[in-house]
Design a protein around this ligand. Sequence first.
Ligand SMILES: [Zn+2]
Ligand SMILES: [Zn+2]
Ligand SMILES: [Zn+2]
Length: 359
Amino acid sequence: MTDELLTRAVLKVGNGRGFAVERQKNHFRNERVVITAAHCLADALRADGDCGLPPCHPSRYVREETYKDLLGPLRRKPTVWATCLYVDPITDIAVLGQPDDMVLAEKVEDYNCLMKSLGTLPITDAPAQGWDHVMEHKTPGKGDARVLSLCGHWLRGQVVRSSNNLSFEPGRFFVGGMSGSPIINANGAAIGVCSTIEINPVIVDSLAAHLVRSIQGAGGKCHDCPALEGEYHEPGCDVERCPFCGDQLISCDCCYTMLNIDRPPGTRVCEFGLTRKQQMQWERLLNDKGRVPFILYPNMCAKCGKLWPEMFSVSDQEWEQYVEKGQRDKLLCKPCYDQIKIWIDEGLSSGAGGRRLTG
Ligand SMILES: [Zn+2]
Ligand SMILES: [Zn+2]
Ligand SMILES: [Zn+2]
């Protein structure tokens, strides 16, 4: 993503900022919501005339959870109303969405117009933490990151993750008015929300799980063709699976075996593949069998269940040493893997007696 596209996702929220993300509204439609810092709502004027966070009981009125003149484009006075879908004052994160379309119908169009004018950011996990074998504590995750300055430049720095929080270096990049801005990683995905210089919430750890699912699920577009979830891939897409063998459709041999085509080395079919006619026959077979639509199966840690953990790799030899046989084809997040390593190494050093007690 270019810097300009990244900036288009950022907007004004009260005296601070926020950024737009796409989320699944239902099985057929997406909608746009805004992630911001909870403290951007602390003094904001609600539609019932009071200020601050919505009252904490679920039978509150729509006007008690909706804010007047809260959102707007960067560098303009906010005029658009929005409702609070989620707020956590402890980690300092909030999510805003469209005002209620029954009670505040006249405010809905402004919200949707503003959202249409914006870009969106994907959200993803921050750099993974590990475990220190010797010191027996978590080691911070580190990675490149950027934040949007008040004058609109993406400033490059580093984040350090300690459990659910990020600190950003250099801290002097953070100034008043940037609160609620996204902290993005090197790929342009949002990993954190600007809150304070030292402590900023990791998005996927701080939002409710259903929000994380609906936001990450809305990014469900095939990375090789325009197919959305549930749709068929374009012909030749390298993600499509073969309905006969389950492997990658563009590279498996089923088209030859199903059409009874011999492929001795050096022949035309070996070099050029199927003829146009054979291709049509093959497509008919595929359609009769039923093509495999694009469905996004998330990566998940097999131990703690975390969605889309940051990927890491180890040698086959090490993997087999620490991961038991039935789990080796699965995925583990870095903290879980390091924890398993510690347990197994401790078990070895203390003999057959199990874990050594510390403290
Ligand atoms: Zn595709
Ligand atoms: Zn196949
Ligand atoms: Zn895990």
